[in-house]
Design a protein around this ligand. Sequence first.
Ligand code: ZN
Length: 411
Amino acid sequence: MQRGTNLARLGGYNQAVILDANRRAHEGIARVELVELTGLSPQTISNVVRRLVDEGMVREDRKAASGPGKPRILLKLEVSSRFAVGIHLDPALMTLVMLNLCGQVVASARYEMPAVPEPDGTARAMAGRVRDLIASAGIPREQILGIGVAAPGPIDVARGIVVGPPLLHGWEAVELRGPLHELTGLPVLLDKDVTAAAVAELWASKRAAPENFAFIYLGTGLGAGVVLQGEVLRGASGNIGEIGHFPTQAHGTECFCGRGNCAGMALAFRTLIQEGIDAGLFPADQGAADLAGTTAAVARRCRLAREGHPVAEQICPRAAARLGEAVVHVANLLDVDRVIFGGPLWDGLADFALPKLRQEGQERFVARAIHEVEVAGPGLGHEVGAIGGACLVLDHALSPKASGLLLGSQA
Ligand SMILES: [Zn+2]
């Protein structure tokens, strides 16, 4: 729990401290408990709470007195008083969600990205989809706190620009935050997709101890989001977690960096599909363009291996081993106690890879004598990136953590 400050100029920060305490107290919280928890003066608490009640974000709940004395007044967060929109931009898909103040999904939508991405039209398309989502949820626009965009890296957080992900052809320095703000009139935050996914898992976590985990995202690219001591780490420029070029066993598929042993390329959809074609598991015309079809093909490959298909049994462990190598380095570098996997490729690999990754973690995690490293699938499913986008907005509005203060909303 973050402590507050009684300096009047940090009213916004104190409000975040109080909202955060309210969010965590599911049964409601009394003013006196807020004083204890936050270290703020009763007067400061009273001022901020009055403002929050006036704005409809917090309500007072009068409990019948259980003994002599005045009835106890509990403060409860009005979870449906404000909402946040999250967008996950993947080279193949655009996923949108709307969350209430508790981080629950109240509306969602999913669209295939055009086969040839048109960067200039993307902000317009996003703005249109946001309007559709708000309209379909029937929520007044003034209750929308903002939009959080989770985009593939590298990104320029300060300028709100997607710099040019190697897998999004034709994308070079695409400005997203500014145009999306102009088109929707809403504040817009931008973060890397893997970091947003880590934010989402952190929000959803019910653990009491500070979290230490890496979120490994397997989609069109490979990346890691990092949470240490309960804080989301972003690095100097918001581009933490580029693990796609970690060296792994040579597999012969040349990466765009020029080498032939990069983990990201070893686990790319098209590499896995090509291996399946070469081994005679897939027809020669098995495409890798359609995400749903590709995920299904990778899942089929893994299922055949589990059923004892001799060829599949040979090639499937390779993908798990490549992933295991990269992940052991991440766990050892960061000393995390949990590695969470997610993303569209993970859906296909999970059943096959999870036991192998757990074994790898137990054998090669250096600090295993002190603590275990838990290896798990995502708690939030395929919408985790978009949920993370919306959580950025909630974090900014509700959470007093440093990470919420770093990313300024579009002025
Ligand atoms: Zn590379």
